[in-house]
Design a protein around this ligand. Structure first.
Ligand code: 5GP
Ligand code: ZN
Length: 112
């Protein structure tokens, strides 16, 4: 989508600090980290949120979780949180599905 921030990051039009990229996914560091480790994993395909996942696009979600597992293992991170805010009341500010991966400090539960 032309005016979607994360589509533009995925295409490289807007620069980001990328950890990983393939044909389907990009992982990049969050511009405003909320923990010592905070990166985002996004599908390159524009999916608005977890609420738009169905049989036509769910394969990339499995790939995203395989990638999260690999990236955390490679960095020796054995304790981390994966968050996807879906919709404005849940705190989603960028309407392109993304998984936050947070680690490196003790994380409180329940979230606010
Ligand atoms: P949300 O609020 O939708 O759950 O998460 C969006 C995340 O994207 C936020 O944590 C925010 O800091 C991050 N973000 C917003 N704009 C940019 C940007 O231009 N570059 C990067 N790397 N992260 C961004
Ligand atoms: Zn998008």
């Amino acid at each position: 989508m032309e005016d979607c921030l994360f589509c533009r990051i995925a295409s490289g039009e807007i620069p980001s600090s990328k950890l990983y990229e393939d044909d389907d996914l990009v992982a990049f560091y969050d511009i405003d980290p909320q923990a010592p480790v905070h990166f985002l994993v996004i599908p390159k395909q524009h999916i608005e949120s977890c609420g738009e996942v169905d049989g036509s696009n769910s394969a990339v979600i499995a790939k995203a979780f395989e990638l999260i597992s690999r990236l955390t293992k490679e960095r020796g991170i054995d304790s981390f949180r994966v968050v996807s805010n879906c919709g404005p009341d849940a705190g989603q500010s960028v309407p392109h599905l993304h998984f936050h991966v947070l680690a490196g400090r003790s994380l409180a539960w329940p979230p606010g």
